[in-house]
Each structure stands twice: as C-alpha cells, then as structure tokens.
Ligand binder design. Sequence first.
Ligand SMILES: [Zn+2]
Length: 412
Amino acid sequence: MPYTVPKLTDFSTGALDSAARELLSALEQESAAVSSENDWKVYRDRWMARKNGILTQLNDLWLKAAPGPNKRDVGQRVNELRETVTTKVEQRRTMAEAFDLARKMNVVTGLDAGSTATPRGTLRSPGESKFGPKAWVGDVRKLLLESEGLDITLPGIRRPIGAEHPVIKTMNEIVGVFRNLGYSVEEGPEIETDYYNFEALNFPPDHPARDTQDTLFIAGQESKPLRDRLLLRTHTSPVQIRTMQKMRPPVRIVIPGRVHRNDPPDASHSPMFHQVEGLAVDTNITFGDLKGTLDHAMKALFGASVKTHFRPSFFPFTEPSAEMFVSCFICGGEGRLRDGQGCRTCKLTGWIEILGCGMVDPNVYGFVDYDPSKVSGFAFGMGADRIALLKYGVDDIQLFFNGDVRFLEQFI
Ligand SMILES: [Zn+2]
C-alpha cells in the first residue's frame, strides 16, 4: 500500500512523533526506489507538487485541521518535514542522473533486468557500494570517463590568441596621433535622435541625407515629433554636439565609432562602417590651424614624405568646408608605379581623398550655447575602414566584416 497522509485527530507530541516517523520512512523507501530521471520526476511530483503533493496535504490535513492551542507545534513540525523532504528529493536527483548515465554507458550490472549487453565495469549497484551512494555516483562518473576513452592526462587544446582587427587597429592609430596632440577621446550612442544626428548639426529639413534612402530609421515612430525619432547614427558628429553641451571651450576631442547607412554592401560600401572625427574649439582658431594639424596627422599616419592638399567642399555643419587629399603613398604621388603601370590606388591621379573637414558653422554654436563671436573651431572626419583598405592594400571592404580568420590573421 503506498503511503497516504493520515487525517490527524490527536495533536499531542507523541501522536505527531509517530505520524512524522511514518511519513519519513515512506520518504526513504520511495527515494530508494528511484533509479532513473523519469522515476525521479514522478517521485518529486508525488511529494512536492503544489496541487495535492504530500507537502501540500500536510498543510491541509495537519496544519489547517489543528485546533488553536496546537497550531504552533504542528506548524513547526510541518516546516521541519518540508525541509527534510525538499532536501531528500533534491539529493536523489543526482543519483537518478547517475543511474541514467550508467545505464546509457552500460557500466553497471543489475540495473535493468533482462539486459543482455555485457557490462564494461565492475561496479556494484549503489546500495552495495562500500562507501555509500555518494561515492557510487563518483565511481560511475570515473568509469564513464574511462569508457569514453578520455585521457585526462593529455594536455588541452590551446586557443589561438586573438589580435586587433585591422579596422580597429587603424582607428587606434588615428586616435593615438590626436591623443599625442592633447585631444581626449569621446564616445556616444549608436542609436541617436534625429535632433543630434541632423537638426543640431544644421542639416536643413530637405537635406538628402535625411532621406530613408540613406538613413536607417527605427520603425514605428511616426507619432513622435521628428526631432525625437530614433535612427542609427549616420556619422559620429552627434558626439560633437553632446560633448559641447556638457563642456565649455576649449574643446579638443577625437571621436572613434561605428556608424550606419542604408548602403547595399559592395566592394567599397558597407551598411556599417567606422569613422574617426575630431573637433577643436577655442578662441582664435583659424583655417591655418586646421591645415597644420591635419598635415601633421597625415605625416604621422602615412609617413613624413606625404603631402596634403585641400579642395573646397560642402558640409552642413562646417563653413567653409574642404576635402583633404594626401599624396598617394603607394606610387609616391606619381600616379604610376615603378614598372610604368598605372597606380590603381589613386586612380592614376597621384592623390587620395582621405577626409572631410572645415571650420565649425557658427549656427552650430547656437545649439550648444557657445558664443560664435568669441569662439571658433574646426572639425574633421574620416572613414577608418577606407583608410585601412588603403593602408593594407585590400580591395574589398566586405573582407573586413566576413569574419574569415584566414583573411584576418594576415594582419597580426
Ligand atoms: Zn598612386
């Protein structure tokens, strides 16, 4: 007859002792019969199920039924039993798992009646184990390791040591050059608002960069005002605004980071790429400072012999704006290689466009509460991936992001 929780009528200590003894003996007996994980689940539910488990019945049939003066004693007793039952059930789980493993690996005799497979080990069943059930579980594990042919004395497999990704390495080199000039590093969120990405940077409302053709907007925000709508930043420039909002001039910062545009991937485009931007704002900063600073930076990056050259350009947040070129460091600015072949890197021109720059547009100062009659500054930005392509002579930007270790380990 399986154990059932008796209805108590006598709540004296003696009667409680005897009822508890009966219950614990049933717990022991049922526990000893558990020899698989399936058994264990049935066993656990019988004792601990919220609905009609033995512990729940103790609450109903003993505790709730106890008259007022006995409640305290009965409550304490029920709590003790609950703890014992919970611990016992949990302990038995390890045993049940070991049984299953042992059966699977066929290392223990006498687990399944009628099993015809030859046991590989000489383990006795847990009850006969000299050192008790706990030691038996350990013995099962040891035998399993042996039967799987695992030699724990063999040295492990070493993981290859990683290295900086060529794009990150390039970014760090660029940042390093400006750090040496006294610039500090600032970073900002990749998910930005329209305000920081466009409005505060003086982008006119109909500027093509705001078009969904170029910008990846977060969906479902039509109910928000335009300036609060979220997008993936299309440049690191929002960090310029964020920094100027929290810092008074003088400001000298360099901003490395990941940016996103709705560009289909091809050899020279990727919907995700990396920029390094810089900003210097102080009193009396001139275009001459911009040219001197960037000329120095390019010589530090590409070698002392490179020349720089500026052409007028347009960006909404700088005025005047320029594109900066460096003399081709592959053909030495000749447009042709030594063997007379045309230089592909500079497309035979001798010059490589490397970054955009300009003097910060006075309108931008209005958004960050700087006085444009007192301060001036310059900003510049370059694509780290593009520079890495040029530097390492790689002709497809996709190679950087495919995650092929055979490609990447060439740059270690
Ligand atoms: Zn060239």
